[in-house]
Design a protein around this ligand. Structure first.
Ligand SMILES: Cc1ncc(COP(=O)(O)O)c(C=O)c1O
Length: 394
């Protein structure tokens, strides 16, 4: 029962180890504050759930979904309209929009659609894991672009060696960024688009956190850059904006030829989305957006509470302008520990779960990520418990 080599190339999934540590701590009677996974805790808006329930009662909606079906056409039009309103970008619904069973699915499949065994994909590191794991599963060659505080967690595109560029077929970018919570300007995207056009590289941009922005910051779409459509596709999800993570719905937009190949790849593997979910997604995208604003306000307050509570215990963490993550350097006292060791210590001693930086790639070492998916009082409590660990005799 030997696994395929392509599976053996994948790094260990650290959340499995963390789940074991969590279970251990729970068995010892510890109450767990789980800030590990970026799994939104708030409910999906009621009008979206109501639409799902209504449509789920109609047997017509139980059949396979086809791209020519009216609901899927309607969803593509709704996405296109949402895009125009949000980014001022016009998309042709039939060729420049592709619904997905969650954006993770599409991001994994785009590597499968384009990478041969001698093709290189450039992936910033640390990154959301499917960006690099998708490349490995597809059997492509992964080239890490290290990102760190010094360069504001943006890759230095000018430093990529020529011999790498010659074989590069794709680059993955994602801002606002998971795990670092870094943001990018339109200027950065202009540079990235020129780079991709010059070297004839597919530019994949993952914009999962377009709505989770604070303090007046607006997350740009790569498609706002002139000329980007020649080389770019952008991935979006309803998981974060509308708290629909378990529903599995996202979409890709941009270059029609790239999307055609992605749709072709998916056509051999899946059968599209459950129709009631598509109807509900149309409601989410075209309905009132106050729910998104209220959600963002909840995350903003949590961000402030967590950053302030950590500052009070002497752990200074930057206040991000987007996402619901904090990316924090391991406190000095424990800087000799790996991020996984530090996370294990916090679970064992305090019942507080964070994500280790190395869960997002080797350049995440030295950091941990907080996902602000618990209520404010729990965040304050988490900081109190962390304080006890920091003050512990070692
Ligand atoms: C950057 C990024 N992209 C994609 C996803 C996956 O979203 P989806 O639920 O649409 O698969 C996540 C989820 O955490 C993410 O952080």
């Amino acid at each position: 029962m030997d696994e395929a080599n392509r599976m053996k190339r994948l790094p260990m999934y650290l959340f499995t180890i963390i789940d074991d540590l969590k279970k251990d701590a729970q068995d010892r009677g510890l109450d767990i504050i789980d800030l590990g996974m970026g799994n939104p805790d708030q409910p999906t808006p009621k009008h979206v759930v109501d639409e799902l329930c209504k449509r789920a009662r109609d047997p017509e909606n139980y059949r396979y979904s086809r791209s020519i079906d009216s609901v899927e056409c309607g969803l593509r039009r709704a996405i296109s309209k949402w895009y125009r309103t949000k980014f001022g970008v016009d998309l042709e619904p039939d060729s420049e929009v592709l619904p997905l069973i969650g954006s993770k699915e599409g991001i994994a499949h785009i590597s499968l659609a384009f990478l041969n065994s001698d093709d290189i994909a450039l992936v910033p590191n640390p990154a959301y894991p499917v960006h690099f794991n998708g490349v490995l599963i597809a059997g492509g060659i992964l080239h890490n672009l290290s990102i760190d505080e010094k360069n504001h967690f943006l890759p230095d595109l000018d430093s990529i060696p020529r011999n790498i560029l010659k074989k590069t077929k794709m680059i993955f970018l994602s801002y606002p960024n998971n795990p670092t919570a870094a943001v990018a300007t339109k200027g950065f995207f202009s540079k990235a688009v020129s780079f991709a056009r010059k070297h004839r590289i597919i530019l994949v941009h993952d914009l999962a956190y377009s709505d989770i922005v604070f303090d007046g910051y607006k997350a740009p779409s790569v498609l706002q850059t002139p000329g980007s459509r020649e080389v770019s596709v952008e991935f979006h999800t309803l998981s974060k904006s509308y708290n629909m993570a378990g529903w599995r719905i996202g979409f890709a937009v941009g270059n029609a030829r790239i999307l055609r190949s992605l749709a072709k790849t998916k056509g051999y593997i899946d059968f599209g989305l459950f129709k009631p979910i598509q109807y509900a997604a149309i409601k989410a995208l075209t309905g009132p957006q106050g729910c998104v604003r209220r959600q963002v306000e909840i995350y903003r307050r949590r961000r402030d509470v967590m950053v302030d509570s950590l500052a009070k215990i002497g752990w200074n963490v930057p206040k991000p302008r987007a996402t619901f993550y904090l990316w924090a350097r391991i406190p000095d006292k424990y800087s000799a520990l790996t991020s996984m060791e530090f996370v294990s210590l916090l679970i064992r001693e305090a019942g507080v779960v964070l994500a280790p930086g190395t869960g997002f790639g080797e350049y995440g070492e030295g950091f941990v990520r907080f996902a602000l998916v618990e209520k404010e009082d729990r965040l304050v409590e988490a900081a109190d418990r962390i304080k006890r660990v920091i003050e512990m005799e070692v």
